[in-house]
Design a protein around this ligand. Sequence first.
Ligand code: ADP
Ligand code: ZN
Length: 624
Amino acid sequence: MGGKALIQPAQILKKYFGYDSFREGQELLIQGILEGKDVLGIMPTGAGKSVCYQIPALMLPGITVVISPLISLMKDQVRALNEAGVHAAYINSSLTESQISKALYNARCGQYKIMYVAPERLESSLFRDFAMHTDISMITVDEAHCISQWGQDFRPSYLNILNLIHALPRRPVISAFTATATTKVKEDIISVLGLVNPKVLITGFDRKNLYFEVKESKKKDAALLNYLNRHAEESGIIYCATRKNVDAVFELLVKKGYPVAKYHAGMGSEERKKNQDDFIYDNKPLIVATNAFGMGIDKSNVRFVIHYNMPQSMENYYQEAGRAGRDGEKADCILLYSPQDVVINQFLIDSKEVRAELDDREAYALRERDVLKLRQMANYCMSRECLREYILRYFGEEVKGGCGNCSNCLGDFEEKDITKECIHIINCVMETRQRFGINMIISILRGEKNAKLLSYQFERLDSYGKEKGANKDYLKQIIQQMIVESIARTTEDQYPILKLTKEAEGFLWGEKQLFMKVKKASGPVEQKASKKRTGAGSGNAVNMHTADSLERTGLFEKLRQLRLEIAREEHMPPYIIFSDKTLVDMCARLPETKEEMLSVLGVGEVKYQKYGERFLEVLQRERE
Ligand code: ADP
Ligand code: ZN
């Protein structure tokens, strides 16, 4: 960009990335860097961290070195940058030594503005030699939580970053980015990386474009097929708890003729790679996978993430669900829940191998933590409150008022007063002296005559038959609700016993009431929400036009076909050519000229040069 008049960050955003305005926080961080300050950006996945360092990288005189732990992501980023007309390269273990030498040589000659490096490479003499003799303007540490022992995935090789910074002839600006917001991690990043008076920016963890739903169902296959049936052609991930589940769901979908891939750790690496690529390149827009899948996958047009089983923690859930809608367009996150999921996960926790370096106490503490996390996850599934609020509160944000974009807010549920049943249960537990499990309590209340019950002469209790005719599952659900509200708890024994807490007292004095969310007799919630999805949203031009109108014209489909055609020609994932959001905006604006095309979200000059006219042609044909 040379010595011309000062170019502003916003112009670069437009020219290279095709966006009209910055998102929350981006400009602040970019300004900070340009003023020569260290920065730390803490933003959730999909918030747009990359442009925060890519734009300054284009404006600073020397090269920017980006340290990133995820090889697949690196390749993707570099590909996307080159597509946008930014010269970039990467160095990691997927390249040969001579390829690395060549890239470093080019970098030294000033060919690239940005270079991605895996942390293991920083110590190599080739790289060191390059670093000593090149003008490095900025070092960017992506996934910066990896430097913290408190982070989810601590990587010792991240400590090499410090050595590198100390060894450089001149200290460059340091910018660090992560999606992990806990205080401990934040402090670690600042102190371990030695950030000097950094500008720290934390933006909200809310992902407004995601619709959250919990669907309690014992017929998960039917629920899944029903959803897929109404979302043909869209790309989505279906997460299962175990490999066995993956295989079964995969078979089911193949049988029904869906273009689906699968992924779990029990498959060979070749097969995994192939299936992953099939998904990324939209050859097979659906994938069924365990949680082994997804690290470093940056497919922006994932329209839904369905959890066939409940995951083990809210952290896992939000990370996995968060792979939907990275492009900012509406997307669904649906969790199919059945009480059996708690049992499966409890089993998975119990059978986890104890790490060798832990002593008994530490192992116990770790297990306790897992059990607590599992309980919080189960509470999410049973909660009556706004699901988004539940998530954000879990991650430390205080919110109120309901989001209007989750299955609880859109409520096909009604609140039922279950105070009377609750009191019956409490009385029954007291009468049997808190010595029995849930099933016995239910049998007594329903007035059953099984041998065990009779052997204790429980048919003589006051509570006997107090809920005659009540459905077993319904009573179970009420007890679950009592556990969620901490009125009762179960012990951790092999045969868990139902106990009361202090909270139970208030019910006996008639001071308290209990409510439970129960489903109204109507169709699946998602259907209604899905219609909403086409209209609701943050109110920008893109959200006003979606599925409904597009389906009618079929234009979106045609643009998508063209994108797929180009992707195949160029051996690129389609979303690198243009995101779904860009195609939707094209349908909304129906550009006829170059200028109009450049005003479409995500169409920058370089992309226009490459593909603009072909898309204009399709639009033209549509008008004729
Ligand atoms: P993160 O690294 O925070 O997970 P990315 O940098 O991958 O997120 O950005 C997510 C998506 O948002 C990308 O498709 C990116 O092009 C898009 N994006 C980033 N900044 C903007 C912006 N200012 N306006 C519109 N889209 C943006
Ligand atoms: Zn809500």
